[in-house]
Design a protein around this ligand. Sequence first.
Ligand code: ADP
Ligand code: MG
Length: 238
Amino acid sequence: MADLKIIGARKSFGAVDVLHGIDLDVKDGEFVVFVGPSGCGKSTLLRVIAGLEPVSAGEIEIDGVRVTDRPASERGLAMVFQSYALYPHMSVRENMGFALENMGLPKAEITSRVDRAAAMLRLTDYLDRKPKALSGGQRQRVAIGRSIVRDPKIFLFDEPLSNLDAELRVATRKELAALHAEIGGTMIYVTHDQVEAMTLADRIVVLRAGRIEQVGTPLDLYNRPANVFVAGFIGSPQ
Ligand code: ADP
Ligand code: MG
């Protein structure tokens, strides 16, 4: 688990400014949700935090350590995307343990980490199956399991449920909430789904066109939206 500090983060692609100076503190163990319309920079902000894109200006700190120039592999983060690319020829156990093998962990340690994550995600009975013999929700849980076994300091989720149908979204969302309650990790979660944001978040960050419009608890934003945009996005009556 870890704190995350974003200080004046800017990102441009060529002449296009996508992030206009983002300041944000995320506390250890917090579940923070980024919301905002398509194209407002949610994924870019996540990729900048992850180290998959360099910032154009500003700083990123994890646990008080400047990681701005460090590659993704040295930031202790795990990222779960909406398109969960599992290896089709590998079993669930192999998919979940693959990264740990690459890290050179002993076999017994890999087995115990995978078993623990599988139990949390209700995948114990599916460990010997191939991805094609799983439902969409189970596949997404394997993708989440792959990140859990690495014991990351911070989890980053980019619209992880958006490929699932409505019923599965609700079920998987509840699992994510339970998971957070159980492992207590610092989680940053991108969605454009207001219900997901309101039910999962300790705090919501509302983004518009590369700027933060407001940061607050779901109740704060609902009861005291800073402006009409936030009110409209959160679904508040104001
Ligand atoms: P969101 O995730 O909120 O939908 P993105 O972060 O994906 O938004 O994109 C924000 C803006 O940045 C969009 O206008 C998008 O076209 C642009 N953008 C994102 N990635 C790149 C890139 N690699 N090169 C050029 N423009 C990009
Ligand atoms: Mg996106």
